[in-house]
Ligand binder design. Structure first.
Ligand code: HAM
Length: 446
């Protein structure tokens, strides 16, 4: 019989790799707490219309990559509904903001999320059909300061703090630019953008026929997408196209200048990239991406985000400007693994698994109960402990213990009768008798 495998583009995460995922998430939660963010959890299923209206019908995500199905009615009173596995979390957060009338509090909402997203893309390293995002959104009525450039700069500075906390280096000459780089741009207000798109369409008309078929199509359907085309032959034409910076109104220009000034004040390095427009329709003003050249190959966008001052209104809600980002957690983990491997290689180490504090080896079934009870006491005091496998062969127990733990605790008939264990510590090769009452201390300090 053929075996059943995980669906293409999805993966199982196994120990010890999951320990790294947990470390990343714990560090993110800790940083978010310090910046006054609270956690939001929204469903993975949403009405398809949320993404059609929020992310945009013409985007690659909505037009090609969503897992969408007709959820049939189960009773006469129910209607069939088109549902979608969320391809991103910003639209869901803004839906929840509207649904729970969070704007009525008058307070700025600072929300973060960690969870799976789904896009039907062609799988490759760093690109999956189920992937995880760690994201945050700052949203509120204008009176709460949600439009302030201070918020843009705070979010970017928080990201720099998180990457610093995870010890991902900033790209510099010293590390051969193998670190993170922040690129940002302003795509203007909801009135600047249509003016720019019109200018872009006009500029594309005479040159369109000389571009690749993909760009010819984009020039028709979504001219902004031409700007992030990687097609080599088209680069010269693209470089000569109008720049969005020339179409920003004074308010947008001033907003962007204030974001940059605050980043300078906080010591966050950045590069302005006038071609950075991003692939989702809800963006206004500041947009950004962090890339990293370690461990990711071509999928080097570690995270992306920006401002979406009109999204709440696009979804039928009140005016609620906002800004946020989402980190590709899979890519963050790949980066950390590559950095760890590089560090171990340059130090000449083979990476070693963290070891348990102790391996308890009962010598016969008669000592099983005592072993489990002792393990319980040690575990409840915080030690990591494994109990022997029931083969009751001393040599095999020593071999297993040496692989997984720092010490072996032998429990034979005499040991249990006298409540004194035989302990061997592998690093020092020292073997001694330790009363059960002193075991915790003896094992913890090894
Ligand atoms: P996005 O750029 O579509 O933005 O995705 C953010 C990040 O998710 C990407 O930079 C990448 O690291 C990761 N990512 C995207 N697709 C995949 C994939 N197929 N496999 C692995 N990782 C992937 C958003 O999703 C916006 N909601 C971000 C945002 C929040 N903007 C404002 N607030």
């Amino acid at each position: 019989m053929s075996t059943i495998k995980a669906v293409r583009g999805t993966r199982d995460l196994l120990p010890p790799e999951t320990a790294l995922w947990n470390r990343v998430e714990q560090t993110a939660r800790d940083v978010f707490r310090r910046y006054n963010f609270g956690e939001i959890r929204t469903p993975v299923l949403e009405a398809t219309e949320l993404f059609a209206r929020g992310v945009g019908e013409e985007t690659d995500i909505v037009s090609k990559e969503m897992y969408t199905w007709e959820d049939r009615a189960r009773a006469a009173s129910e209607k069939a509904q088109s549902l979608t596995l969320r391809p991103e979390n910003t639209a869901g957060v803004v839906r929840a903001y509207i649904e729970h009338k969070l704007g009525d509090t008058g307070q700025l909402q600072k929300l973060y999320y960690i969870g799976p997203q789904f896009r039907r893309e062609r799988p490759q390293k760093g690109r999956y059909r189920q992937f995880f995002q760690i994201g945050a959104e700052v949203i509120g009525p204008s009176s709460s300061g949600s439009e302030s450039p201070l918020r843009d700069a705070e979010v970017l500075e928080m990201l720099a703090a998180l990457l610093d906390a995870l010890e991902i280096p900033r790209a510099s000459e010293a590390n051969d630019w193998k670190g993170w780089k922040l690129q940002l741009n302003s795509v203007g207000s909801s009135t600047d953008r249509p003016r720019y798109v019109a200018a872009l369409r006009e500029a594309l008309l005479p040159v369109r026929d000389r571009m690749c078929p993909d760009n010819q199509r984009r020039a028709e359907t979504n001219p902004l997408r031409v700007l992030d085309s990687k097609d080599e032959a088209d680069q010269e034409i693209i470089d000569a196209l109008p720049k969005i910076a020339d179409y920003l109104d004074d308010a947008s220009k001033d907003h962007f200048a204030q974001v940059l000034a605050a980043l300078d004040a906080c010591g966050v390095p950045y590069m302005v990239n006038p071609r950075l427009v991003r692939g989702l329709d809800y963006y206004t003003r500041t947009t950004f991406e962090f890339t990293v050249d370690v461990g990711l190959g071509t999928q080097n966008a570690l995270l992306g985000g920006g401002r979406y001052d009109g999204l709440s209104e696009m979804l039928g809600g009140p005016r609620a400007p906002g800004i946020g980002f989402a980190i590709g957690e899979d890519r963050l983990v790949l980066t950390l693994q590559a950095l760890e491997e590089a560090a171990a290689a340059s130090a000449g180490e083979v990476s070693i698994m963290p070891k348990l504090d102790a391996y308890l080896a009962p010598l016969s079934p008669a000592q099983n109960a005592a072993a489990l009870s002792l393990a319980r006491d040690l575990r409840s005091s915080g030690l990591s402990v494994e109990v022997g496998d029931g083969s009751f062969r001393l040599k095999k127990s020593f071999e297993t213990a040496d692989r997984v733990a720092r010490s072996i605790v032998i429990l034979g008939e005499d040991e249990v009768a006298q409540s004194v264990a035989t302990v061997k510590t592998f690093a020092s090769n020292e073997q001694r008798k330790v009363p059960f009452a002193d075991l915790r201390m003896a094992l913890a300090t090894e």
